[in-house]
Design a binder for this molecule. Sequence first.
Ligand code: DX5
Ligand code: ZN
Length: 228
Amino acid sequence: MKEDTNIILAPSILATNFLNLGSQIKEVEKAGAKYLHIDVMDGHFVPNISFGLPILESIKSGKFSTNGDNIEMILDVHLMISNPSLYIEKFLQAGADIINFHIEVDENITSNLRKIGVREKAALTIKPKTEVETLFPYLEEISMALIMTVEPGFGGQKFMPEMLLKIERLANYREKNNLKFNIQVDGGITLENFKDVVNAGANIIVAGSSIFGANNITEAVHKFLLNI
Ligand code: DX5
Ligand code: ZN
């Protein structure tokens, strides 16, 4: 492992059975997941529509439940939408702990980061065809950079191994410039490639199908955590 950063598992609720959303979220938390990855898609930035504010609000109400049954995971919101500027404030109000938007949007990145307000909550993402260098001007203003390892839009796709080089380039740049931010990966992560992304320098690992699609969700989380 190249960095001395904690490895964190971020199950993506895109792959849950939404009829059992609450219990499946509690299950991954109980099993040891520290982040919960929330994929918002607008059918415009990506060719798919997922869900939006009401789902986050429901999860947040679990987060602050007074009956002791609360969720403590970090709510990591991945906005795959064309106009994050219109929604950043709403997602913050709805309970997002991290707001992650795409560098490819046709909006001013710095002003969006300012809308998020604090570095701890600000994150930026690049799609597989976007050069990792595009992130460099913003790295002091964010706490997490996400390297997509599939084309965003759908769960259950195949991991793109050529993204490993990008992760390494970003981790090296961070080291050389003495910067501090987490590197997240998202898309096609399995027990088989988990070690490769961690060795390349990623430390926040999103996994959808390989956790919520497993026959036993608890066991799937445990198997990932055993590899850390
Ligand atoms: C894809 C989403 C991912 C997705 C990952 O656009 O950003 O977060 O849920 O799903 P898996 O792990 O199934 O590839
Ligand atoms: Zn995602």
